[in-house]
Design a protein around this ligand. Structure first.
Ligand code: ZN
Length: 347
């Protein structure tokens, strides 16, 4: 059995996010070239997805919003916020991206592959129930999670998002819902897009304690992220016992990316993937999928995707020790304290 599936479709290259937008087709071209030249294509199975249906979207998004996007496309397109533009084909390609992430989740949850990586665009984690923003239209990872819940009856799904920006859309969708433990590690939103994703935002109602935001100061890098995984993410996951783990992998937290002040490198992404894989092994028979979010430095996203892919296919990653900046350990202590009401957090 080929253990890893790579989900990709050439139509992802047709998506245009608007003039001068850094979310451009060259991102995926760069990643796929790097994976091909690095010999990854011989070691994985490449699967072509089809579009998700409106029914799949409507498990996540309000009907008015889905119709709004479809109608603007039918009229030829237009802007939906300051940096997010819709064109005639956006509705179809965004459904193809959500379909790709759904397929990546489906083949792993059914045991056809051990793990998977969905290389899709447009990204999805900023899309809320009723609003597209930040280059995102439909929330791909949320569409997948709701699909797995409905088709396979999964009760507990863990989503870890390490994109530089807070996963505000994913947070909005699952804010009152304990069936998804949604953890986002991102640059402190106090002066950074999307301006939300603070440590105090822990969910509401039955979902209180199942949204976790870990704001990082600019300058935080590999060892700080490993510290957060060791001290917070992994103990929380052991308490939650997910049946499936999804990683929303944005690579704009790479040190070469102009968009954030974070300092992760490909080595950090590779080692984080390996840590999450062994966690998945321990908790849910290894069931883990990765899906692409942001990342705008063409070299950075390519070598980072390669590092993640190497970990998925089982090549040991170089170890990174978790020595955190003082500010990171303070945030982690604060979160552990407030989350201990909902989880038994032990290392
Ligand atoms: Zn981002």
């Amino acid at each position: 059995m080929t253990k890893t599936a790579l989900i990709y479709h050439d139509d992802y290259l047709k998506h245009e996010a608007g003039p001068g937008n850094p979310e451009r087709r060259e991102r995926l071209i760069s990643i796929m070239d790097y994976l091909r030249n690095g010999g990854i294509f011989e070691r994985v199975e490449i699967l072509n997805p089809s579009s998700c249906s409106d029914k799949d979207l409507l498990r996540v998004h309000r009907r008015e919003y889905v119709e709004f996007i479809r109608d603007i496309c039918a009229k030829g397109g237009g802007p939906i916020d300051a940096d997010t533009f819709v064109r005639a084909d956006t509705y179809n390609i965004a459904r193809l991206a959500a379909g790709g992430v759904m397929l990546a989740g489906d083949v792993v949850a059914r045991g056809e592959f051990e793990n998977s990586f969905a290389l899709v665009r447009p990204p999805g984690h900023h899309a809320t129930r009723d609003r597209g923003m930040g280059f995102c239209y439909f929330n791909n990872v949320a569409v997948m999670a709701r699909y797995l819940q409905e088709s396979m009856g999964l009760k507990r799904i863990l989503i870890l998002d390490w994109d530089a920006h807070a996963a505000n859309g994913t947070m909005d969708i699952f804010y009152d819902d304990p069936s998804v433990l949604n953890i986002s590690i991102h640059q402190d939103p106090v002066s950074f897009y999307p301006g939300t994703g603070f440590a105090e935002q822990l969910g509401e109602g039955e979902g209180k304690g199942y949204t976790v935001n870990v704001p990082m100061r600019p300058g935080a890098g590999n060892s700080d992220y490993i510290y957060v995984l060791d001290e917070l993410v992994i103990p929380l996951a052991r308490s939650y016992r997910p049946e499936f783990i999804a990683i929303s992998a944005g690579f704009d937290s790479h040190r070469d990316d102009f968009i954030s002040g974070l300092q992760l490198t490909e080595k950090g992404y590779g080692f984080m993937t390996e840590m999450m894989l062994s966690l998945a092994e321990e908790l849910c028979s290894g069931k883990l999928m990765v899906e692409l979010e942001g990342g705008y430095n063409l070299e950075g996203i390519a070598c980072s995707s390669y590092a993640v892919m190497n970990s998925l296919i089982g090549i040991p990653a170089e170890k990174v020790d978790g020595n955190a900046l003082g500010s990171v350990s303070a945030v982690v202590e604060q979160l552990k304290k407030s989350l201990s009401e909902y989880h038994s957090i032990r290392r």
